[in-house]
Each structure stands twice: as structure tokens, then as C-alpha cells.
Design a protein around this ligand. Structure first.
Ligand SMILES: [Zn+2]
Length: 325
């Protein structure tokens, strides 16, 4: 399957920018060295001159093998002199080399016309960034989560919301900082405004920071996006549904607020079920009660979730009302 031309172009441009930066960095290093050691600049000039001379002689009919041997000999002594200069300056021998991010393709994105893994990775990252664009990832952190909004008064079931939320908070924080591809699935349940979105966003940004691919999305917005893609017959490798299935951590916020159709239910099931099969961690949050979930979704989806997710019940008053006070 092919990538969409738009995202491929963007990814190529991204790599090209990195490539130019790396070349520029090496030019700057060169400049600094040549200012300190005039001889290094001379050697550089001589090295490129001898290469040009050899190429010229071959073109003019000289024996290629002989010329190459001569070139190697003269280059060897020049290179040695340059290494001595680098040594005396306390610099590594590869100081002047261009340090590309990807040594396989030198940040060109292609090896013998074939797409390099680094370009594939860039395409994915760009797609994830696009999907995450609408989420306020940077606004909700563990540090800004305020436990004092949760009451200490016991509920009718004898549970103290503050203590319960302290446990959930600690659990989520540990989950985020210790995230791995083997992490469990989480099902966050509770009324609106109890901090589910805040904590799932905090998990998302922490897990992104430690280097995993995360997609955070609200269920209604992703369903309408997938519907549009299907309507427009977008079937390339970088369609959103594939990214939702492939990312290291998927966070589906607000399950149950999407406009429910047979398409939405089938899509939600497919994403959740496929990720369970591939053992890829998913976090779902919902305002629905257990009964409402049973009424809204098929039995097979409910049993997949119940059997494969750790459930976290959020308790307390709507903390957003506290902000307004
Ligand atoms: Zn590469």
C-alpha cells in the first residue's frame, strides 16, 4: 500500500530540513577548526584538489587503477596529518564528518530508491501529530492535578472520594512513567468533570515524552474523521484507522458521546478488538454507567472490555464547578 502524496511530501521535507541542518553543523565545525589551524584548511583544499585531478586524469585516458592508487597514497598522508591536528586539538577523528540521524540513508529517506525506515517513522510521527493536534496535551499535567477538589466526606457506600482519587492518581502516574508495550488497558469510568480527561491527557504527554507513539482523541471527533475518510475512499497505508490500531498507546476519550450508528459501533469494536489481539495498550474513558454501556454497545464489545481492561472508577463532585466558584 502506498502513502498519501501529501504526507509523504511533508515527511520528505522534514528529513531534508534535518539533512541540511546536519550538513550546516559540520560546515560550522569545519570553519571553527580552520580558523584555529590554517594547515587543516590547506589539507582540506588539497584533498578535494587531488580527487578532482585524479578524476580528470582518468577522463583524459589515464589508467584508473593507477590514478586511484596514487590518490590513495597522497590522501593517506594528508589524512594522517589532519588526524594529528584533530588529536592535538583534543577533538575526535570524526569531528568533521557529517553526523546524519540515519546512517543507512544519510537522511535522504531512500536507500537505492527504496523507502528507508526513518522516512516511514517520520510519516507515522507526522500523522500522529496531526491526530493529536486538537487535544490540549500540554495543558493537563500530573502536577496541575488538584486532589483537594475531591471531598473527604464519605459517599453512601462508605467510600472517601479523596482517598479513592489519590489511589487513582498514583496509579495513573505510575502507569505513565512506567509505560511499556506490555502495559495494561485502562477503562476510566465516572461522571463528567471528575478528572478523567485531565489524567488521560497527563498520561498521554508523559508517555509521548518518554518516546512512545501516542494518539489521544475524543471518540466523536475520531469517528466523524473516519467516516469522512471512508466516504472519500481514503484507503492508503496512512489512513487514520490504521494509525489508531498501530500506535503504542491509544487513548479514546469520551466513549459513548459519539453519534451512534452501525458504522460507529463497528469501527469502535474493530479498533478495540484489534488492539486487544495485538496486545497494544488502550485507555478508554467514559461518562456512561455500566448499564448505559450495556445498552449502547454490543455484548461482544462489552465483554471484550470487561475481560481485558483494568477499570478505574472516578468519584467526587464535578471539579469544573469548583474552578468557576
Ligand atoms: Zn534512513
Amino acid at each position: 500500500m502506498a502513502y498519501s502524496p501529501k504526507i509523504l511530501k511533508e515527511a520528505e521535507a522534514h528529513l531534508e530540513k534535518i539533512r541540511k541542518e546536519k550538513i550546516q553543523e559540520s560546515e560550522t565545525r569545519k570553519k571553527i577548526l580552520y580558523q584555529r589551524f590554517k594547515r587543516a584548511a590547506e589539507i582540506d583544499m588539497l584533498l578535494s584538489k587531488t580527487a578532482i585531478c585524479a578524476a580528470k586524469s582518468v577522463l583524459e585516458g589515464a589508467n584508473a587503477k593507477e590514478e586511484l592508487l596514487k590518490l590513495k597514497k597522497s590522501n593517506f598522508s594528508l589524512q594522517k596529518e589532519l588526524n594529528d591536528i584533530l588529536n592535538s586539538a583534543g577533538l575526535p577523528l570524526d569531528y568533521l564528518e557529517i553526523k546524519y540521524n540515519c546512517s543507512y540513508c544519510n537522511d535522504t529517506g531512500y536507500i537505492n530508491g527504496k523507502i528507508c525506515n526513518c522516512l516511514k517513522k517520520t510519516i507515522k510521527q507526522l500523522a500522529y501529530e496531526k491526530l493529536n493536534k486538537l487535544s490540549p496535551l500540554s495543558l493537563s499535567t500530573f502536577e496541575s492535578f488538584n486532589l483537594s477538589y475531591y471531598p473527604r466526606e464519605l459517599t453512601s457506600n462508605g467510600i472517601e472520594p479523596r482517598a479513592k482519587m489519590e489511589k487513582i492518581f498514583k496509579f495513573c502516574k505510575d502507569y505513565a512513567y512506567n509505560f511499556s508495550k506490555d502495559s495494561k488497558n485502562l477503562f476510566m469510568q465516572g461522571a463528567t468533570g471528575l478528572g478523567k480527561t485531565h489524567l488521560s491527557l497527563a498520561i498521554a504527554s508523559t508517555v509521548i515524552d518518554i518516546g512512545y507513539n501516542v494518539i489521544y482523541t475524543s471518540t466523536p471527533s475520531i469517528i466523524s474523521k473516519l467516516e469522512k475518510e471512508r466516504f472519500n475512499h481514503i484507503n492508503s497505508e496512512d489512513n487514520s484507522e490504521n494509525h489508531l490500531i498501530e500506535c503504542d498507546l491509544l487513548i479514546l476519550d469520551d466513549l459513548g458521546t459519539e453519534f451512534q450508528t452501525s458504522f460507529s459501533n463497528a469501527t469502535v469494536y474493530n479498533i478495540i478488538n484489534t488492539r486487544i489481539m495485538y496486545r497494544r495498550p488502550t485507555i478508554i474513558s467514559t461518562n456512561l454507567s455500566a448499564k448505559e454501556i450495556q445498552n449502547s454497545y454490543s455484548q461482544r464489545l462489552v465483554s471484550r472490555i470487561m475481560g481485558n481492561y483494568i477499570r478505574l472508577y472516578f468519584l467526587g463532585h464535578d471539579i469544573r464547578q469548583n474552578y468557576i466558584k
